[in-house]
Ligand binder design. Structure first.
Ligand SMILES: [Zn+2]
Length: 227
């Protein structure tokens, strides 16, 4: 019987394994320091008294080695600056994010075929992120958009650049870009406006609150990252 292994490495972007091993060991969940604090505590807010607590500083580092499985071609495409989706040969639906099998019930999990996609699309939905994951926190307020790439039937989430968060609108035509030094990750993909955005309708009150939120977010970023 045929076996799937052994694996044959065709191409590799090597990592400095020693350096990362060391980083992982240092972030191995053992406390590096601690502090004892005193705070008020009690069963109700009317019945508080000072109590001592121990806080430990416990670093945490991980390295995940994981496969993208049957959607690998999409991520390999990013490494070459290309966008790929998958198309169902039965019903013609085009997926990006790609699906290895069609989810149309009529197609009974038909295996899809890879197709290269255009780098144009339009905003289907969007949000302005004032709480982003740590590696993106310095970019806040950040526009996140669900973009339907031309010729596809689904939406790919991506961040937007060169746009005022106040002005992004549903239906906005966008150009899709891939980072110059891609890492084989969804964050390699971003969009910029391909036309002048039209600010969505907001009441004066909504606009005031939106601007206040943006100001608070920018002030926090400046305080935290100094820019
Ligand atoms: Zn189908």
């Amino acid at each position: 019987m045929k076996q799937p292994g052994p694996e044959k490495v065709l191409k590799e972007q090597k990592i400095d394994e020693k350096w990362w091993d060391n980083w992982i060991r240092k972030g191995g969940w053992r406390p590096e320091g601690w502090k004892i604090i005193e705070m008020n505590d009690g069963p109700t807010l009317n019945n508080l008294r000072p109590e001592k607590f121990l806080i430990v500083h416990r670093p945490h580092g991980n390295m995940f080695h994981h496969s993208y499985g049957k959607t690998s071609k999409f991520f390999m495409g990013l490494l070459e600056g290309k966008l790929y989706g998958t198309k169902c040969p039965k019903c013609g639906l085009v997926y990006c994010p790609p699906r290895a099998h069609c989810f149309n019930p009529k197609c009974r999990l038909e295996e899809t075929k890879w197709v290269e996609l255009s780098k144009k699309g339009e905003v289907h939905a969007h949000t302005v992120m004032a709480i982003a994951w740590p590696s993106m926190a310095h970019l806040q307020p950040l526009v996140g958009a669900m973009v339907r790439i031309d010729g596809t039937n689904t939406c790919l989430p991506m961040t937007m650049r060169d746009i005022d968060p106040e002005k992004v609108n549903i239906g906005l035509r966008v150009n899709i870009h891939i980072e110059k030094q891609p890492k084989g990750d969804l964050l390699d993909v971003y969009a910029t406006p391909a036309e002048k955005p039209k600010a969505p309708k907001r009441t004066p009150e909504e606009l005031k609150r939106f601007r206040e939120d943006m100001e608070k977010t920018r002030a926090w970023v400046k305080k935290t990252f100094g820019k």
